[in-house]
Design a protein around this ligand. Sequence first.
Ligand code: ADQ
Length: 524
Amino acid sequence: MTSADSGRPMVRFEPLTSPEPLFPKPKSGGEGRLVVVSNRVPVPSASGSPAAGGLAVALNAALQQRGGFWFGWSGKVSEEETPLEVHDFGHVSYAVTDLSQRDIDEYYAGFANRALWPVCHYRLDLTEISANDTAGYFRVNEFFARRLATLLKPDDVIWVHDYHFIPLAAYLRQMGFENRIGFFLHIPWAPYDVSSALPAYQTVLSGMTRYDVIGFQTRRDLENFTRCLEQENMAREVGGGCWEADGRTFRVGAFPIGIETDLFRQEAREAKSNSLVRRMRASMEDRHLIIGVDRLDYSKGIRQRIAAFSCMLERFPQMRNRVTFLQITPKSRSEVPEYIRMQHEVAEQAGWTNGKFGDVDWTPVRYINKAVSRTSLAGLYRTARVGMVTPLRDGMNLVAKEYVASQRGTDPGVLVLSRFAGAAAELDSALLVNPYDTEATANAIVRALEMSLEERKERWRAMMDKLRANTVDHWCASFLSVLAQERACLSSDAAERQDDGALEPAIGRTAAHFGGSWTGYRRN
Ligand code: ADQ
């Protein structure tokens, strides 16, 4: 069958053929091992030293506390089906599997990064719809589910991370697993009119309803998501953050991710002696530093930021030779053409600004394509009078939080933050800007550079209070505690009835959108 207009094969939904002899059906259980699932797994080095990075540290700490394993892609390509690689470190293991080149092209570079990523970042103009990629995404998720199934115990609590694995729970449920399974989306969830442009949108959405807890970064993402459920008549709200679909209840919530606030502060303090930080300071002479730190990604608004800096130099000539803008941007996803193009565009724009405004003794924009150590980063943040975090859309943006945590309380810098970063919900004492508005962002830079010490301190204190209250450990513990509440979605009446031995379901069955069973995605 082909579609009349494109001549390409049509896709249709049909029940997923069940994988041959299914795994024994496990019972649901209480507090068991923790199983973390993410696309890339921070396998510690042979010596056992864990990978750096706030999220990895927090999840490793949770794994250490209760035992368990981390599961995902090895980062390696293998054309044959190789056995799972399992690395044991005490009572925590890391289990990783290779993928074929086709799997990586379709699931990772394709559907995840060319469809889900742009759609979730409101970029329909950059979204590529491919039936092969869509089918590959579901195929690889089913493959991961089967591999994970061989490792699971009935009382394991599973925490799945991010957009690569939305349908994972649906496949596990189909295999009979009734474990507690939570999902956290690190990126935004777009409003209905945008997210419904996603290929296999209904299947993706229905896959989300197979988790017990679905976490988002902000209330805005959460509300966008629940409106999608309502629009599709896929689930109904039963109160207390709980929803019901196909006879299952699940809980949704906003769990804004944090950083290791105190550790960052400490590293920033100690970075005085860091050689990269010293070299940077020496080269600044008496100019102010403005810093931007992002992966090279169109969602981060790097081009718009350089344009705003340029506009500031144009409109406020007194600022020329008084500020330097340092943009640190390691390359990412170089296999996706959009990212290669962006690398050229950003480099060209930095060069153009330097050509126009620079002088023999002053380079306005320093653009660097490499990763730097966390200590160096903390020291550079502390050196910078202005932190520019101006994504066009971002789930949270940890750089904003790291910049604030690194500041000196007696003389803090100013955060210029996009309204469209999830972090803006908490860090509302930053100078909030619309990154699409070049002139307004240019004005905000000047306002930040000229802000009185008193106002800087006041804004910084308000933000620090929030960062101290919501660290990455706190985030991790609050998600896991909600996930552990097996009966969190039962009304107190229903819970009592269950205590009395009555088998009446807590919540009636409605909205059987897919006839009660999750249907995977198959290409015709
Ligand atoms: P990312 O899009 O990767 O994460 P972000 O939150 O900004 O974005 O985190 C980037 C991390 O990389 C920061 O910890 C930063 O310090 C580090 N980093 C960036 N450039 C670096 C460099 N040059 N050298 C060293 N380190 C560098 C996704 C979502 C975000 C969400 C996070 C966590 O897109 O919105 O905040 O997950 O949930």
